[in-house]
Ligand binder design. Sequence first.
Ligand SMILES: NC(=O)c1ccc[n+]([C@@H]2O[C@H](COP(=O)([O-])OP(=O)(O)OC[C@H]3O[C@@H](n4cnc5c(N)ncnc54)[C@H](OP(=O)(O)O)[C@@H]3O)[C@@H](O)[C@H]2O)c1
Length: 199
Amino acid sequence: MKIIIIGATGTIGKHVAKALQKDHEIITAGSRSGDLQVNISDPDSIKAMYEQAGPFDALICVAGDGHFGPLEKMTDADFRVSVNSKLMGQVNLVLIGQHYINPNGSFTLTSGSMGEDPVLLGASLSAVNGAIDGFICGAAIELKNGIRINAVGPDVVEESPVYFPFMPGHEPVSMHRVTLAYIKSVLGAQTGKAYKVFA
Ligand SMILES: NC(=O)c1ccc[n+]([C@@H]2O[C@H](COP(=O)([O-])OP(=O)(O)OC[C@H]3O[C@@H](n4cnc5c(N)ncnc54)[C@H](OP(=O)(O)O)[C@@H]3O)[C@@H](O)[C@H]2O)c1
């Protein structure tokens, strides 16, 4: 299978890439790193990446920025950081990528736990995570040619200790369990699923 992984050098993405590279052709992409450069916040950049990559069987996105800060001080511009990157970046990967992906291919996006398990300072991430889960639910019933779509929504992962102080009472999830959710999405047969990964 030819698999594009956006964010393949990241905390989560490097584990997903390592697990899949044994048996599959992996094309890595990032804004600075990877085989191909793409800024997911820019639809023209996404189109250029797909043109360069050629036909593919699966797209995994493990990238997307979000704003983390107090609601009391949150501005329209702050909120749009999450919308433009994590939400619309991933939505556009699908809207554009559906015209490049091979029949029976799959898209796997990344949401998170905050849509249903909120923490202080995370309102914009709660919103976009919920929107991503809603998008894959709706898109799954319209995608043509057997194309599937799922999202992986991890709780804080064990290799991101910088977030631990902001997530009191959350048990970090192992990289192994998070990686398995991406593998389930790509190599399994399900569609329209939001795989939540809690410890
Ligand atoms: N870490 C966690 O505990 C956790 C938990 C739940 C959900 N998540 C979600 O999982 C995703 C990845 O998190 P992470 O902690 O693995 O992030 P990370 O370590 O910061 O890695 C981000 C990856 O995405 C790429 N990237 C960043 N901005 C990009 C852009 N505009 N266009 C294309 N690629 C871009 C980076 O490569 P370049 O530097 O080359 O751009 C890097 O490979 C995020 O959406 C995050 O919200 C993370």
